[in-house]
Design a protein around this ligand. Structure first.
Ligand SMILES: Cc1cc2nc3c(=O)[nH]c(=O)nc-3n(C[C@H](O)[C@H](O)[C@H](O)COP(=O)(O)OP(=O)(O)OC[C@H]3O[C@@H](n4cnc5c(N)ncnc54)[C@H](O)[C@@H]3O)c2cc1C
Length: 435
């Protein structure tokens, strides 16, 4: 009845928490010295940063439920304004106090920085998606979808492209229109609160992994840090996990490593070769976060501001995390920034902040964190693997598994919970176990 979870990112944590809640003996193996994976705390010179600035939205139901389960009060943990998008120079959109989707429709009609014609065209685009029940040709890219609906260059620059990059981390001409629409559907068309921005007021470790670790400890689960699983073997009906300290046997395994680590784990298992081959063809996209520490009185007019026609895409005021004067500049997906040295990138970002926001002082320190494989490229018709593998008792969890969401915290937590439920079901079906 023992279950192993390999990988302590948000997917693995979601799986382990779901199993521990049912008092199933679970051991979580994490290769790093800390939990969180691609959404983790990074401590540099005693200062807590994140490996990348993250935002959540109100539609992240499973993630918010899990935060609550491990004792996080979301109202304390996040600054949660109604949907507000400010993209310099001059675009402002704030959702109205109306039920969805009218909150967005009126917000668009009241938006600053675009013409009446553009506002009506954006509303018509969203109505057309709804009429088509949010289904489009799976081969279509976001850029092609926007062109079909005559969205202007300004609408694309200020609204649709920033949303596409933020949600799918894939350039619009390569990104899946269907997955983009799924996000629009869930954020804008069900409840008004679903489109709320949730901006963490702590580092990412404190947002979920720390509390999850405490929850796991309190529910009898074991967490092993610095414990990389090097291989898996099948032994009768069980799985043998190999690590540097020896081997351990489990009746079921949830593999919650990122897709680019799957081949290392399953390279020796013939039955898993179709999965290994499928993932070998995948491409990945980077996310860069540039931290700049200015004087404490430097502040943004709103904690999250977009910039248009610049390398810098979003600027966050880390006053959010009680770090006044600290700005985090996010650059999603591939682009010219990848060929710059970190010093040249910082210089470029500083020039853009000066030009767009009139921040002209010299930062006391800067730090670039480049996550080269932040997410998979969310391209049209990408076939993603199911949580259940061909082997009974062996499951996959992670933001890359089958989901109508792009690689996000919500895709990760949903997959973790789904794989844990499969493990629970498997246990309840075994004649020798009762849960
Ligand atoms: C910079 C950046 C910004 C992002 N911004 C957002 C955002 O704003 N909103 C949003 O929703 N999403 C965002 N994302 C995406 C989000 O962080 C990921 O989708 C999510 O964290 C993936 O979680 P996961 O558990 O599936 O995978 P991972 O986080 O990759 O977890 C896998 C874990 O497995 C461990 N591991 C690997 N191999 C082994 C092994 N052999 N043995 C043991 N352990 C192993 C790894 O160390 C890791 O901890 C961002 C990602 C990045 C990188």
């Amino acid at each position: 009845m023992t279950v192993a979870v390999i990988g302590g990112g948000w997917a693995g944590l979601a799986a382990a928490v779901t199993l521990a809640e049912q008092r199933i003996p679970v051991t979580l193996f994490e290769s790093a010295p800390q939990l969180g994976g691609r959404a983790r705390r990074v401590t540099i010179d005693g200062l807590n940063l994140d490996n990348g600035q993250h935002i959540l939205i109100g539609a992240y139901r499973e993630t918010l439920r899990l935060l609550h389960q491990v004792g996080i009060n979301i109202d304390d943990a996040c600054f949660a304004p109604p949907l507000t998008l400010q993209v310099e120079p001059g675009f402002r959109l704030q959702a109205a106090s109306l039920p969805a989707p009218w909150h967005l429709a009126l917000g668009l009609l009241r938006a600053q920085g675009i013409s009446l014609r553009e506002k009506l065209s954006a509303v018509r685009f969203l109505s057309a998606l709804k009429r088509r029940q949010f289904h489009v040709d799976p081969e279509l890219s976001v850029a092609a979808l926007l062109a079909q609906h005559d969205q202007s260059a300004k609408l694309n620059d200020y609204l649709w492209h920033p949303l596409c990059l933020a949600a799918l981390n894939t350039p619009p001409d390569q990104a899946s229109a269907q997955v983009f629409i799924n996000v629009l559907r869930d954020a804008f068309f069900a409840r008004r609160d679903d489109s709320r921005l949730l901006l963490p007021q702590s580092d990412l470790g404190a947002l979920f992994p720390d509390a999850a670790a405490v929850y796991l400890g309190a529910h009898g689960a074991k967490v092993c840090y610095n414990r990389r699983i090097q291989g898996i073997e099948i032994q009768e009906e069980n799985y043998v996990l190999q690590h540097a300290q020896g081997t351990e046997v489990f009746s079921q395994v949830i593999c919650a490593v990122p897709p680019f680590r799957i081949a290392q784990l399953f390279g020796q298992m013939p039955v898993m070769q179709p999965l290994v081959a499928q993932l070998a063809a995948w491409r990945y996209q980077p996310i860069y976060t540039v931290y700049l520490q200015y004087a404490e009185d430097v502040r943004l007019p709103f904690p999250m501001l977009g910039l248009s026609k610049t390398l810098s895409q979003w600027v966050f005021d880390r006053r959010l995390t009680q770090q006044p004067g600290l700005l985090a500049v996010v650059i999603s997906a591939q682009g010219a920034h990848e060929s710059l040295s970190h010093d040249a990138l910082v210089a470029q970002v500083r020039a853009e902040l000066k030009q767009a926001l009139n921040i002209s002082t010299t930062p006391s320190w800067t730090q670039v964190i480049a996550e080269k494989r932040a997410t998979f490229s969310c391209t049209p018709n990408l076939q993603r693997p199911q949580n259940q593998t061909l082997l009974p008792g062996l499951y996959l969890a992670g933001d890359y598994t089958a989901s109508d969401y792009p690689a996000t915290l919500e895709a990760a937590t949903r997959s973790g919970v789904a794989s844990a439920r499969l493990a629970l079901q498997h246990l309840s079906e075994r004649p020798d176990t009762r849960i």
